[in-house]
Design a protein around this ligand. Structure first.
Ligand SMILES: Cc1cc2nc3c(=O)[nH]c(=O)nc-3n(C[C@H](O)[C@H](O)[C@H](O)COP(=O)(O)O)c2cc1C
Length: 356
């Protein structure tokens, strides 16, 4: 067990923040499968949080079963980021994380995201302001550096540690590299040596064995897994089994089908409890409060976003993707999931699905 500030994290494996993907429903599903000790929200605008914009608040929603939960915010102004951190604390999140890795121009050109890696003193000032403003731990997620000539993650990690950060996560690619090349785990190991706070290594962990190998060989306190979970939401549970000397249970097509059906149900709010944060805003969330058609469209779009990741490398994967993209209703989605993932079931037995 490790701690981020006073928050216990066990096991030291986290679901990385992924905009558009790691919504509360997805995070709950991953937690339920086990092996995941920390979830991080999609990145949330600090300005939107301060102004109380419903769409922004929605991204910060979480449920009790997801704890410990980290809410990731982006922005570039120390005082505004401190104010946004107070909002995150007020909604009951366990940790507030700062995005210093996003290379998307919309974010980076506003002095936020990976731009902060070019201005380490300014980045440290943001962390100092936030750490003074809240009691919950403040953490940072960064890349290797701005580009391959400016790899400064070890220095930046030290500076934000001195400014009050309780942990850092490092994706071992520069912002300029985007997703090209490989995550540099030697660099990540150097960051782990440079600071005393916990370091989470991140990048290219796509098999359960990778989580353990990198964790053991690089000296990090923990790992964050992103795309590997989108492809295989059981990867953390499988790594936990390996760590205990057990053989991981193989994932069956039925497991995959059940995952998608449950995800749809959770998105529709059929089995959702009230979120821990922003109860009073729940009516404006597209998943819960929107009218039937708008909500249906939102759920379909969510499945379309997950489809390419979730079906990568599967037999018939491209057919499933095409079918998901053509589905015009939830009923069609459910039907195609049954056809592709539960082929042995005849149409006369669909009631079995709800029991699985
Ligand atoms: C679709 C997608 C959305 C992402 N959104 C965020 C984000 O909101 N905040 C962030 O810090 N990183 C974001 N990332 C980066 C991931 O958290 C992670 O650092 C990166 O994908 C490398 O890890 P992986 O190889 O395990 O995927 C995103 C990545 C993907 C693929």
């Amino acid at each position: 067990m490790i701690h981020i500030g006073n928050v216990p994290i066990s096991p030291p494996v986290g679901l990385a923040p992924m905009a558009g993907m790691t919504d509360s429903a997805f995070r709950r599903q991953v937690k339920r499968h086990g092996g995941c000790g920390l979830v991080v929200s999609e990145m949330v605008s600090s300005e939107g949080l301060i102004r109380g914009i419903d769409r922004t608040l929605e991204y910060a929603e979480f449920t009790e079963e997801e704890r410990p939960v980290s809410v990731q915010i982006f922005g570039g102004d120390p005082q505004r980021m401190a104010e946004a951190a107070r909002v995150v604390e007020a909604i009951g999140a366990d940790i507030v994380d700062v995005n210093m890795g996003c290379p998307v121009p919309k974010i980076a050109r506003h002095d936020a995201g990976c731009s902060l890696m070019r201005e380490p003193a300014h980045a440290a000032a943001i962390i100092a302001a936030m750490s003074h403003a809240v009691r919950i731990p403040v953490t940072v997620k960064m890349r290797a550096g701005w580009d391959d000539r400016a790899v400064n993650a070890p220095l930046l990690a030290k500076m934000v540690e001195d400014a009050g950060a309780a942990a850092v996560a490092v994706h071992g690619r520069s912002a300029a590299a985007s997703y090209g090349g490989r995550s540099d785990w030697e660099l990540i190991a150097r960051v782990a040596q440079a600071v005393r706070i916990p370091v989470f290594g991140n990048g290219d962990l796509v098999e359960p064995e990778h989580l353990l190998e990198r964790w053991r060989s690089s000296g990090v306190a923990g790992v964050l897994v992103g795309r590997g979970v989108l492809r295989n939401p059981w990867i953390c549970a499988q790594a936990a089994a390996l760590a205990e000397g057990r053989v991981p249970r193989p994932v069956t097509p039925e497991d995959r089908g059940t995952f998608l059906l449950d995800y749809i149900d959770l998105l529709l709010g059929e089995r959702v409890g009230e979120p821990a944060g922003f109860r009073h805003h729940a009516a404006s969330a597209p998943g819960r409060g929107a009218t039937g058609l708008r909500r249906e469209r939102w759920v379909i779009n969510k499945l379309r976003a997950l489809g390419p990741w979730f079906t990568k490398g599967l037999d018939e994967g491209s057919h499933v993707r095409v079918a998901i993209n053509h589905a015009a209703s939830i009923a069609e989605l459910r039907d195609l999931i049954q056809r592709f993932f539960f082929p042995a079931l005849s149409p006369s037995q669909p009631q079995c699905l709800s029991e699985m």
